[in-house]
Design a protein. Structure first.
Length: 259
């Protein structure tokens, strides 16, 4: 197989941008996959969106979106779609980003004379990992979880965009999240005790513990996982399935299954 694989970058649509935002919401705001909450839509206001994800003010948010999508919109352009936040909606943001941003489009690979979408996706994912500096030998049967732990940024920033809204990556906090939560709760308890007893040492300890728990929660989300997907072959097949479902694959508009 080729070490590299051609990955085309084509213009996106507002629907693609929205699907990517929904995937971001799943990854960041819904760490518990059993939790049921409505995803953002085109009618979601900027204020609601920022509250959901604890986003930055409009100036820094505009710069962050430019960096994330490789766009170069001015401060004034971002202000027009982000302010006032209770009146503007995600539709304006998605339409603005779609006027410049691009997405990866992977051609199907030809195997034994047949076009195979999952083989093309696998080769593209492997190329993304190689470009990111991964030297491990990755085959279709290779276990996925160790690589998710090793290079989560590749999967979140590049692989996820092969099928926006269709790859339910999630962080599993596990023991770390439990520990940081308990530290925060202990800190709050000490603050209450210190406030009622007026003992500075207890108050200071409470502040330190609250800060440590909060920083620990922000700095580590737990390992990245993809439920019910254990190998790179299954990952590629899932991407193709969702591309056909959402119409974002190289066969967009063609509902026939690839050979």
């Amino acid at each position: 197989m080729k070490v590299d694989y051609p990955i085309q970058w084509v213009p996106v649509t507002p629907d693609y941008i929205l699907a990517s935002m929904q995937e971001e919401w799943r990854q960041i705001a819904l760490p518990d996959p059993t939790e049921e909450r409505e995803l953002p839509t085109f009618t979601t206001t900027i204020a609601q969106w920022r509250d959901l994800l604890d986003l930055l003010d409009w100036r820094r948010l505009g710069r962050a979106l430019n960096e994330a999508w490789g766009t170069s919109f001015s401060r004034q352009q971002w202000r027009e779609v982000l302010e006032p936040p209770r009146e503007k909606t995600l539709r304006q943001v998605c339409e603005l980003l779609a006027s410049q941003a691009k997405r990866p489009l992977v051609p199907p690979a030809t195997l034994l004379g047949h076009r195979c979408g999952s083989a093309g996706v696998f080769l593209a994912i492997r190329a993304m990992l190689i470009h990111a500096g991964v030297r491990d030998c990755v085959r279709p049967s290779t276990a996925l979880q160790p690589m998710l732990r090793k290079r989560p940024e590749v999967f979140l920033r590049q692989v996820a965009r092969l099928s926006p809204g269709g790859l339910p990556f999630a962080f599993r906090g596990g023991l770390w999240r439990t520990v940081t939560t308990l530290i925060c709760l202990l800190g709050v308890l000490l603050l209450v005790i210190g406030g009622t007893s007026d003992i500075p040492e207890i108050i200071l300890t409470g502040v330190v513990l609250c800060g440590a728990g909060w920083i620990g929660e922000l700095s580590y989300h737990g390992p990245l996982t993809l439920e019910n997907v254990t190998t790179f072959r299954q990952l590629a097949e899932l991407v193709v399935q969702k591309q056909q479902q959402y119409g974002f694959g190289p066969w967009a508009g063609d509902k026939r299954k690839l050979p």
